[in-house]
Design a binder for this molecule. Structure first.
Ligand code: GLN
Length: 258
């Protein structure tokens, strides 16, 4: 008689899933929680379906967020963006390309007197974001709208946040199968040099910001110099680059032009 946990570990290892021992334990706990068969969960995981999709949730900042293949899976790196946003004063926040809503919901939950708008071009993503707004108790302060960047946005905000698609077309082609198969391409790459979303935010952002408002955007580790110079060229003030916990360039913070 073989031990089901050992069998699971071997199958995960043979499929090339990283850290198979820990992965098998997590799937075993999930099988118990869901009343599912461990072997069935392992069968899904060895196709490189993300653990978060099998579990239906991903921990981010202070909450568990519902995730599916309609949204970018929240990444720990993005908590740096949340941290920078929460270091700034604001009553109103705009989250461009909200996806799962993990950034917007985390920020609103931390600041009970604030309200926010989250946009996405994908209606399927907006449904996920709405579900997360409900689950995190911020739905009465979160407006979720379908919009191609600023296209349907009205009014001005004290803070604009965004984790836009920023991977270059070439780097996207090299991504791990987990990412390509189970996450939406439009959440990851705008194509070309990966900088298209920052061009829109740097150029049009000022119209949607209150005087002295800030934009806080996530970037790829090698985009710090180009994104900072883009914001400076458009007259943004106090442009700064903030590293993530691994010491890699991760966030650009900029104050609205005068
Ligand atoms: N950090 C993500 C990755 O490397 C990219 C997220 C994004 O494009 N906004 O997979």
């Amino acid at each position: 008689m073989s031990d089901p946990l050992a069998t699971a570990t071997v199958r995960l290892h043979e499929a090339g899933i990283p850290d198979p021992v820990n992965e098998a334990r997590k799937l075993d706990a999930l099988a118990t929680e869901q009343g599912a068969d461990l072997a069935d969960l392992v069968a899904r995981r060895i196709t490189f379906e993300p653990f978060s999709h099998i579990a239906g949730r991903r921990a981010f900042w202070n909450h568990d967020f519902f995730v599916s293949s309609d949204v970018l899976d929240p990444r720990p790196d993005t908590e740096t963006l949340v941290e920078v946003a929460l270091s700034l004063p604001f009553d109103t926040v705009l989250d461009l390309g909200t996806g799962s809503g993990c950034i917007l919901c985390s920020i609103l939950a931390e600041r009970p007197s604030t309200m926010g708008t989250g946009t996405d071009i994908s209606t399927a993503a907006l449904q996920v974001a709405q579900r997360n707004a409900d689950a995190t108790g911020v739905a009465d302060r979160a407006l979720l709208i379908e919009s191609d960047w600023f296209a349907a946005v009205k009014g001005q905000f004290d803070l604009i946040v965004s984790n836009p698609p920023y991977i270059t077309e070439d780097a996207y082609a090299e991504l791990h199968p987990t990412v390509q198969r189970f996450e939406p391409r439009i959440a990851l790459t705008p194509g070309g040099d990966g900088l298209a979303s920052y061009r829109v935010i740097a150029a049009e952002g000022p119209k949607y910001l209150s005087p002295d408002g800030y934009a806080v955007v996530e970037i790829g580790y090698d985009q710090g110099a180009s994104v900072q110079s883009m914001f400076r060229t458009h007259g943004w003030r106090n442009v700064a680059c903030i590293p993530d916990l691994n010491g890699k360039d991760r966030v650009i913070r900029a104050k609205a032009p005068q």
